[in-house]
Design a binder for this molecule. Structure first.
Ligand SMILES: [Zn+2]
Length: 147
C-alpha cells in the first residue's frame, strides 16, 4: 500500500511520509506522530508497529510541508558500481534478489514550508543550502515502498 499525495510527497502508511533528497539521491522518510497521521479513507486503520521509534510533527500542509524537529540520518545509497537502471533491470530479470545498498553519507536538514534546509554539518555538497522539495522520481525508475 502506498500512494503519492502530491508530486513531492509519498505516503506508504498513514504514519510514514517520504520525499526525495537531492543530496543523497534517495527517498527519506518521516514517521509522523499520532496527531499528524494522514488518514486515507480507503485504507484500513494501521497498528503502530514501532511504538518507540522517533516521530515528527507535521503541519498538515501538503503543498508547503513543515516537519519538526530536524532530520538526521545516515543514508544508504544504491551501490554505484552500476547505474541504478541496471540494478533495477537485473532485479526484474531475477538475477539478484535485492538491489545492494551501501551506507554512505550523513544527512541533516530541516523541512520547512516545502523547503529542505540542509544544515552546515552535512558532509555533502548541499551543506548549508536551502532547496525546494524536488519532485519524486517516476515509479519506473524507483522502487517505492509499499507497492
Ligand atoms: Zn539526504
Amino acid at each position: 500500500m502506498g500512494r503519492r499525495l502530491t508530486s513531492k510527497l509519498y505516503l506508504s502508511n498513514q504514519r510514514v511520509i517520504w520525499h526525495w533528497c537531492p543530496a543523497c539521491t534517495c527517498l527519506h522518510q518521516y514517521r509522523l506522530d499520532s496527531a499528524s497521521e494522514i488518514k486515507q479513507p480507503d485504507w484500513p486503520e494501521m497498528e503502530d508497529k514501532h511504538p518507540g521509534a522517533p516521530q515528527w510533527s507535521f503541519n498538515g500542509n501538503l503543498e508547503l510541508p513543515t516537519l519538526m524537529p530536524s532530520m538526521l540520518i545516515y543514508a544508504e545509497h544504491p551501490d554505484s558500481s552500476r547505474p541504478w537502471e541496471e540494478w533495477v533491470a537485473m532485479k526484474q530479470r531475477g538475477e539478484i534478489d535485492r538491489i545492494p545498498y551501501v551506507r554512505e553519507t550523513r544527512c541533516h536538514y530541516h523541512l520547512i514550508n516545502g523547503n529542505i534546509v540542509f544544515c552546515e554539518d552535512c558532509p555533502h555538497e548541499y551543506r548549508g543550502m536551502t532547496v525546494p522539495l524536488p519532485d519524486l522520481p517516476s515509479h519506473d525508475t524507483y522502487g517505492y515502498p509499499g507497492e
